[in-house]
Ligand binder design. Structure first.
Ligand SMILES: [Zn+2]
Length: 113
């Protein structure tokens, strides 16, 4: 299950941030997860409960912020949601686009402690 290695990385990174802030206990961690990051939120929550054991995040809550995948259309200079499964075709001018602007994020955006 690759969510476990992702959850472990999140816990390690959050511990580092907390340590740098002089915090020894984290109560909540917020992560931004793009629609195309290939992460199943339910599986990530489950993996987080395993990964946080025995760390500064032992009692922490995981908050997942989902980010909609959006591509840029050069033809009409605007972004559009690619949907899921992704469809890289501008709905406004009916042209293909491969320029993904967001949707692959997997990062910590906030920490409470
Ligand atoms: Zn367009």
């Amino acid at each position: 299950m690759h969510e476990l290695s992702i959850a472990t990385a999140i816990v390690e990174q959050a511990e580092e941030i907390a340590r740098a802030d002089g915090t020894d206990r984290v109560t909540a961690v917020t992560v931004r997860v793009g629609e195309l990051a290939g992460v199943v939120p339910d599986a990530l929550h489950f993996a987080f409960e395993v990964a946080r054991d025995g760390t500064a995040l032992a009692g922490a809550r995981l908050v997942v912020e989902q980010v909609t995948a959006r591509a840029w259309c050069g033809g009409c200079a605007q972004e559009f949601a690619v949907g899921m499964p992704p469809f890289f075709w501008c709905p406004a001018c009916d042209r293909p686009s491969q320029e993904l602007r967001c949707g692959r994020e997997l990062e910590i955006s906030g920490l409470e402690g």
